[in-house]
Design a protein. Structure first.
Lengths: 435, 252
């Protein structure tokens, strides 16, 4: 047995329903449940889980029902990244009619909770298609216990006037709450939308968020996809984000990971049509005893596709991070252009990064570049700034921000860029020490 | 007024003595040139004055406006009006030049008990200083020295100096790597900053700079000591006789 059976115990007796479960979901759940009961959670023997242990997660008896999801309206307002957007709000895993604002969505756009969308053909067609049940990870658990999610569907040639923000809030009212949300995003041909995912824990409570998002981009569609992760410092925050891209589609993902005791994001795209392009940008800033793991994978499956990836990490105190980026260029994928870069700034002696950029290339006429760096703040730059009157703290902070600004500058929604700048600055020790 | 007094300064790095008893007094209003061959200790001297920490001061002291300069952190020196124009200004991608200028000016103003300038007043001030060194406004929005030519970096240093209006400016090999046009621009910038209440110390290998910024005093630094001092004619004598001449006249 390659996986630890005992991890399965706390979950294996559970079952859940999603309103009126429908046939296709019932059978998927059954399949997932069978798989999970056999395999349990992935152990560190799995290559993809080598540096991230779920042992502690497996030892907690998680609560699967929110006892009290009371929240102040002001708190909901405060955690939104955007004012000027359509909002779908989920509180402790439950969709909130009160705080969501989707009534004025333009024609051709659907944004609904999963529980109200199960009869849609887009959902039954795409749900569980990319998140493979029998793969190591938490996919089977999610499908077995999925209770809600967001569904966004754009008809062909629809461009939306404002971003859609998905807000996932943990109130901390229920201790050890586990949620298994599953989102489906389907962009019709030639459609375009900006989606912002905000994940936040309002308190220091322990919880377990196990979320999957499946994205389907039809030909010529364009999705800018932002993920802002501010889970509580005691949370297990595990997300799986995967996409399929048809020809000429563009998927830009920008992920900023600030929170979590253990945060793991798997991001995967398949470039299945010519001239499909993906951008994967990410920031991770573990400090204290946080562990943030980013696994990415790009499959170049056909000729003439392109990918650009830049992940940057700033690690402080005893923070740990894992970056594992895989680019696979399949046999027929000639003229692939793939770039991948991972850069890390270590601010303390006690932090640790495990970085593994990987390229698997099975075609012969391709342009691929990858690399990773690990370094510290530059002493000459620090001295220069101090010689101009900045305190050591200000100088360190400024250089740290300069390091991450390359990623933040790619954010094209001004309100979000501003909000991320503030969030990132707040997370820096120098600022924390001076304010 | 005595701006800078260096008294019997000895300094070493990793056990090697570089400065072996420097004595120098610079008054407000004066421009001093310190010349010397490679390895004489010129850059060590400027680094120590600016506050680099890797040197051991084994003897002597440095007074700035009567206070012990070596007790201050680099930023405290800058805030009190000491400015080093770097020989090799570093590039800082991701920090815009205008951000640096503003942060530096505000640090000094804060120390002086002045309010920070608002955006409009700041920009007006910066523009007037940029005219002085003939820099285009485009440079404000680029990363600090990022992709600048050698001459542009040095002009950027003088721009910072012009903005901060230090009481004591130390120019470390500001002429190195400059073509003749850039040298003229930089020199005009420095000359415009000469004043009764400011002292300037120029550290240079070549006499050429002194044609453009005429010093009141010239000192020759060799083997960690000032071996000869004089007026501007000393630089010319040095130029014609070469640094080997210094070794001959130096006290053993």
């Amino acid at each position: 047995m390659s996986r630890m059976m005992e991890f399965a115990t706390p979950f294996s007796t559970l079952s859940t329903s999603l309103g009126q479960d429908v046939g296709w979901l019932t059978s998927l759940r059954k399949e997932a449940s069978t798989y999970f009961k056999q395999h349990g959670l992935p152990a560190k023997k799995e290559e993809d889980w080598k540096y991230t242990s779920l042992q502690r997660l497996g030892q907690v008896v998680w609560e699967h029902t929110s006892k009290d999801s009371t929240i102040l309206a002001a708190d909901v307002e405060a955690v939104k990244q955007l004012d000027d957007a359509y909002h779908l709000v989920f509180i402790d895993g439950v969709y909130s009619d009160v705080y969501s604002e989707v009534a004025s969505l333009p024609a051709g756009v659907i944004a609904l909770p999963l529980s109200e969308s199960l009869d849609r053909v887009e959902v039954s067609t795409h749900f569980g298609q990319q998140a493979i049940i029998d793969s190591p990870g938490l996919t089977a658990l999610n499908i077995m216990l999925v209770s809600e999610g967001a569904v966004i569907i754009l008809d062909d040639n629809v461009a939306i006037d404002k971003p859609i923000e998905l807000v996932f809030i943990n109130t901390g009212n229920t201790s050890d709450l586990a949620t298994h949300l599953h989102n489906v995003v389907v962009l019709g041909e030639g459609s375009a939308v900006d989606i912002v995912e905000t994940h936040i824990g309002l308190t220091d409570a322990a919880y377990f968020a196990n979320q999957i998002t499946e994205v389907v981009l039809a030909a010529d569609s364009y999705l800018k996809h932002y993920v802002v992760q501010q889970a509580s410092k005691a949370a297990f925050h595990i997300t799986h984000l995967s996409g399929k891209q048809a020809k000429n589609s563009i998927w830009q993902t920008h992920s900023v990971a600030l929170g979590g005791k253990l945060a793991r994001q798997d991001l995967h795209t398949q470039l299945l049509g010519e001239a499909a392009h993906c951008v994967m940008d990410g920031l991770y800033l573990p400090r204290g005893e946080q562990h943030i793991d980013n696994h990415t994978r790009v499959d170049h499956a056909v000729p003439n596709t392109t990918s650009e990836e830049l992940y940057k990490g700033v690690l402080d105190e005893k923070g740990r991070a894992v970056f594992n980026g895989k680019v696979v260029v399949h046999q027929d994928a000639q003229k692939t252009d793939a770039k991948q870069q991972n850069a890390n700034l270590l601010l303390s002696r006690r932090c640790e990064i495990d970085t593994k950029p990987q390229m698997e290339i099975y075609a012969d006429d391709v342009k691929c570049a990858h690399g990773s760096t690990v370094g510290q703040l530059d002493e000459a730059q620090l001295f220069f700034l101090r010689a101009r009157g900045l305190t050591e703290l200000e100088a360190r902070n400024l250089l740290t921000y300069a390091f991450v600004s390359e990623v933040i500058d790619q954010v094209t929604i001004p309100e979000l860029r501003q909000s991320l700048t503030t969030l990132v600055e707040k997370s820096m020790p120098a600022v924390a020490a001076t304010t | 007024m005595k701006m800078l007094e260096i008294k019997n300064l000895h300094a070493s790095i990793e056990g090697n003595e570089i400065l072996r008893g420097i004595n120098l007094t610079v008054n407000a209003g004066e421009v001093h040139a310190i010349m010397g061959p490679n390895g004489a200790g010129k850059s060590t001297l400027s680094n120590i004055l600016a506050g680099r920490s890797e040197y051991d001061i084994t003897q002597g002291e440095v007074l700035y406006k009567g206070e012990n300069l070596l007790d201050f952190e680099p930023e405290e020196r800058a805030q009190r009006g000491v400015f080093l124009a770097f020989q090799y200004p570093v590039e800082i991608p991701g920090v815009s030049n205008i951000y640096l200028l503003k942060a530096a000016l505000n640090a000094v103003r804060k120390y002086q008990g002045l309010d920070v300038l608002d955006a409009i007043d700041f920009l007006t001030l910066v523009r007037s200083k940029m005219d002085l060194v003939q820099m285009d406004e485009e440079f404000l929005h680029r990363g600090v020295n990022e992709g600048f030519s050698g001459g542009e970096k040095k002009r950027n240093e003088i721009l910072q100096m012009a903005l901060l209006e230090p009481a004591l400016a130390i120019l470390d090999e500001t002429d190195s790597g400059l073509d003749i046009d850039a040298l003229k621009i930089v020199s005009e910038g420095v000359n415009a900053l000469r004043s009764e209440d400011r002292a300037i110390v120029m550290i240079t290998h070549y006499q050429r700079l002194l044609d453009y910024i005429v010093p009141d005093f010239v000192h020759v630094l060799a083997d960690g000591q000032i071996v000869k001092s004089g007026d501007k004619s000393l630089a010319l004598e040095l130029e014609s006789k070469g640094y080997s001449w210094v070794a001959e006249v130096a006290p053993a």
